[in-house]
Ligand binder design. Structure first.
Ligand SMILES: [Cu+2]
Length: 140
């Protein structure tokens, strides 16, 4: 009898350990997806390992934008912004980030409406600024 109780205790303990480990793994693998973007010194947006600067999210997806900004030819923003990552159509939902030299993280929520959204830089960052655009594609 005593042995069985001990066995049960061991089994329960093992299960708890297993559950704990599963939870830890979920926390590692889960959490919001990180989306890398570079706002480069040639005044272009880039997405690592991609030819075209396009990022894709599911509607209402929560993610973290990790944007690395490098100084272009010009910048005279008093707040130190050298580029911005701006989606005019989603500005009122927070999609307007002022980028300083270096890497910053921005939590974002994809819009509820699928479609293509143009990302622009609104800091006159030098040659190429007018074409400094990329795309956010939101899929259903
Ligand atoms: Cu720019």
């Amino acid at each position: 009898m005593r042995t069985r109780r001990t066995m049960n205790a061991i089994l329960v303990g093992a299960c708890l350990l297993g559950a704990g480990r599963t939870a830890a793994l979920a926390a590692d693998a889960g959490g919001p997806r990180i989306i890398d973007v570079t706002a480069d010194s040639d005044n272009r947006f880039k997405v690592p390992k991609q030819k075209e600067p396009v990022i894709t999210m599911k509607v209402n997806e929560v993610a973290v934008l990790r944007i690395t900004a490098r100084k272009g030819g010009e910048w005279d923003q008093k707040d130190g912004a050298i580029h911005t990552f701006t989606i005019t159509a989603l500005k009122d939902r927070g999609w307007d980030f002022r980028l300083k030299e270096g890497t910053q993280k921005f939590p974002v929520v994809a819009p509820a409406e699928p479609g293509e959204y143009v990302v622009e830089c609104t800091v006159k960052c030098g040659k190429g600024h007018d074409d400094m655009k990329m795309k956010l594609v939101v899929t259903p």
